[in-house]
Ligand binder design. Structure first.
Ligand code: AFP
Length: 322
């Protein structure tokens, strides 16, 4: 069985990027142990604080964020970090070559019900000069690497360095990630979609029409039935898409006029889009390729439609009709 470090070496990656990826994996191993502890580790429940998103922070949000911040801050390769749980970007090491954006605990609303959560990492090259928000304003196509670690019955890691998408599983005996799929492939067609249906009345017309046609199944224009799954943790829903195909979407909605979009570009949509595209899938806002977006703010949000390429194209067809 091939361990992560061996796969990275065989990919002929720069030694610095290999070393950074191993640090990201180490963060995942430590957070996995905390998540496993659950109530017994004293990490459940809410903290008495809110993040920049205006979301009540869970204890484990803060613990995971601080653990990653400390580990990356201590790595000389890291020039700066941006986190869902940090209002501003954080400078690290002046001579670092990389910037790291992360969602330390995606799906944290699932923590107290013992459901799926994960950590999402997006790596960017560090430009010359000071570490400010502008340094991070790079399109997703600049990522040399993206990965997530999913804390489920098994702890798994999906990773791409632009040479396809690989899947690893954490060996509890050695605490090392072991390669389980060297070329993850998302089937072009699917019978499964993922969306928070409770927002249906707030969607724009193209998404309302697309989902209505899925739900009308065999008697409708699609001529076949579809199944729905919703984990309410992007990391879990995307893992299902990478594992067996599907379409995941969190579309624009009018539920909160100040916040037409839910998912964050820099540390959710971009890394997940890179992983899905490298596995043969597609990732769009409905009107443009997510990874082509020129970011304007570190916490900016975006609509997401990603997964099986043919199904994403079908959904985009509804959007091009307007
Ligand atoms: P939390 O991290 O606050 O649980 O949010 C998770 C998330 O950002 C994303 O991972 C899910 O796909 C989405 O929100 C779920 O949103 P809903 O709670 O509206 O279903």
């Amino acid at each position: 069985m091939q361990r992560l470090r061996e796969t990275l070496s065989l990919q002929g990656l720069p030694s610095e990027l290999q070393q950074l990826i191993l640090t990201l994996a180490d963060c995942g191993v430590e957070i996995s142990q905390l998540v496993r502890g659950g109530a017994l580790a004293g990490v459940l429940g809410v903290a008495d604080s809110e993040n920049v998103q205006g979301e009540t922070q869970k204890k484990l949000d803060i613990i995971a964020n601080d653990l990653i911040k400390d580990k990356l801050g201590a790595n000389p390769l890291v020039k700066g970090i941006a986190s869902e749980e940090e209002t501003d970007v954080v400078a690290a090491n002046t001579d670092g070559q990389y910037l790291v954006c992360f969602d330390p605990l995606d799906g944290s609303s699932n923590i107290d019900i013992n459901s799926l959560v994960g950590t999402i990492f997006s790596v960017l090259p560090a430009p010359q000069g000071e570490v400010n928000e502008a340094a991070f304003m790079q399109p997703g196509t600049n990522q040399p690497c993206a990965c997530y670690i999913l804390y489920g019955p098994a702890t798994v890691m999906a990773l791409t360095t632009g040479q396809g998408t690989q899947m690893y599983s954490l060996d509890p005996a050695s605490n090392e990630f072991v390669l389980v799929d060297e070329q993850v492939t998302v089937p072009a067609q699917t019978g499964e979609f993922a969306i928070n249906m409770s927002n249906q009345r707030f969607w724009q017309a193209p998404m309302q029409d697309y989902i209505a046609d899925l739900i009308s199944g065999k008697e409708g224009p699609r001529g076949r039935n579809f199944n729905m799954r919703w984990i309410a943790a992007m990391v879990g829903d995307v893992h299902r898409v990478l594992s067996r195909g599907g379409l995941f979407t969190y579309p624009q909605d009018t539920k909160n006029p100040d916040k037409p979009f839910k998912l964050r570009l820099m540390y959710e949509a971009n890394p997940m889009s890179f992983l899905v595209e490298q596995a043969g899938g597609k990732a769009s806002t409905g009107y443009e390729r997510i990874m082509a977006i020129e970011p304007e703010q570190i916490h900016q949000r975006v609509a997401v439609i990603l997964g099986s390429a043919d199904e994403v194209d079908t959904c985009l067809g509804y959007h091009s009709k307007g």
